[in-house]
Structure formats: structure tokens, C-alpha cells
Design a protein around this ligand. Sequence first.
Ligand code: AHR
Length: 307
Amino acid sequence: GSSDDSAKGGDGGSGDKIVLGFSQVGAESGWRTANTESIKASADAAGITLKFANANGKQEQQIADIRSFITQGVDVIAFSPVVTSGWDAVLKEAKDADIPVVLTDRAVDSQDTSLYKSFIGSDFKLEGKKAGEWLLKQYEGKNEPVNIVELQGTTGSAPALDRQSGFQEAIKANPNLKIVKSQTGDFKRADGKTVMEAFLQSEKDIDVLYAHNDDMGLGAIEAIKAAGKKPGTDIKIITVDAVKDGMTALAAGEINFIVECSPLLGDQLMQTVKKVKAGESVEQRIVTEETTFTQEQAKEALPTRKY
Ligand code: AHR
């Protein structure tokens, strides 16, 4: 992966500054761009030397990037794992090298939780639940079949798994609500568009689209318009994230509801990194605080929205 070292004065050593190796998933979405910016800005503000690697959505690359951080002997490693499984070996290598690891944004399924110090990020299952509960309310007291299509995030990633299960659990309360198609769009706008095109061709009657992130929802909106339908009206749309482009579409009536997922994890990460380096104890799990947005709330929030 491309490694850009944002350290200033780089003489190999960095004095007494903490060196943090951060392995990012990729640049798949507006959320990810905002997350990367948050991490870089917060490292700068905290006086932490950041070694940043972008894995372009590939687990092998992420593992290679983490190994390279271990070889370089960074003080702390943080990463956002692309998928949940397959991390035990490299986490063990970090532990053996006495380099503490902090997870941000996404979880791993490792049974041995001593392999990392803390996990900072959203409750994705709760996000899915909030999406499902909103939909449940829309059809309260109605007795009609509701055909839902789902655009899943990256296969095997924590947000895709949890947003799917949280949503499913919530909509169970009304047996009329049925997921008729569900496929991955890899959290990307272009994939959201092509998968939605296929959904529209195979399903005559789509009432609702649930997209695991704004970008896929925005791609799907293009497909819906191209099929001569009105997004937000002919097909109700629920997404997750609440990045600027998503909020703009929500305010414009093309999305109906967004569950917030905050990408601004940088400050909490840097605080945790400092504590871990100082040998202080940290919370094993730090959950991000988040809200939801209706169309009216999006109009209010947009002017001051930072990302
Ligand atoms: O892990 C967080 C998810 O990853 C965001 O919801 C999505 O937009 C991103 O790609």
C-alpha cells in the first residue's frame, strides 16, 4: 500500500513524539474520506507522528501494511479492518513485538480480546435497528405487502453484517415487510448504481430501498431516475452515514431517512493512543454517539454539517 509519512522533519527518528501506524481500509466512500481526514487532522493536532497506509479494500494489503509497521517498530498500531475475520496471526505478531493495537471503526471476530487494547467505533447493529424501526413506523397499522431491496456493504465487514442483522430484527415485528433482494454494493456509489439497475430489472414492485451507506444509496438514486421513477416517492430510501451528499439528497426529498454513522474518530483515537503509550488503562470498547435524520432535520443540519 501507499505509505505517506506525514511526519515533519523526518530524520528517521521522531524525537519523543509518539509514532502511530494507521492502516486504513481504502477510499471507498465519502464516509471513508471524512474518516481519513479526521485521523490525519487529529494526529497533527495531538503532535503524533502518523504513518498512514491505504489498503484499497484488500485484506492482504492491510496485513502487509500492519507487518511493515511492526518491522518499523512504531509505538502504536491502529487500523480499521476491512472484514471481521482472519486477523489473529498478525495481531499476535504485534503483541509479540510489544506493539499495542487499537481498532477503529470496525471490529474483528478474534476470540482473544487481549490482542488489542480498545475498539473505538459505532454500534452498527443499533444503526440497522434504527433503520428498521423507522420503516416499521411508516407502515404501522397498514396491512399491505412491502417489498424491500437491500444494498449491503462490503461482504464480511462488520458494518454489513450488523446493519443487516439489526434491520432484520427490527422489521420482524411486521410480517408484511419483506426483503425481496439483497446484494452487496461494496459501499461504493458505482456498485450501488449497477446493483440497483439489476434489482429494478428483476423486481417489478420495489417499495423500499435500504442501503448500508449513503454512497450506494446515491448510486441507486441514479438508477431509479434512469428507470423513470422518483426516488424518495416511488421508492422510499433509507441509508446510513449522513455525509454531506447523503444529507443533501435527504433534504431534497430523494432519500427519506438517514441513520448517522460518525467518521470523526480521530480525536478519540489520539487520546487512546497517548494513554496506551503511557501504559495507562483504556476502555475496551468506546462507542460513538450518533443520531438519525428525517428530511426536515437534514434541512436544519446541512448548513453547519462539517463533512
Ligand atoms: O465502516 C464504516 C462504513 O464504511 C461506512 O458506513 C461506509 O460508508 C464505509 O465505507
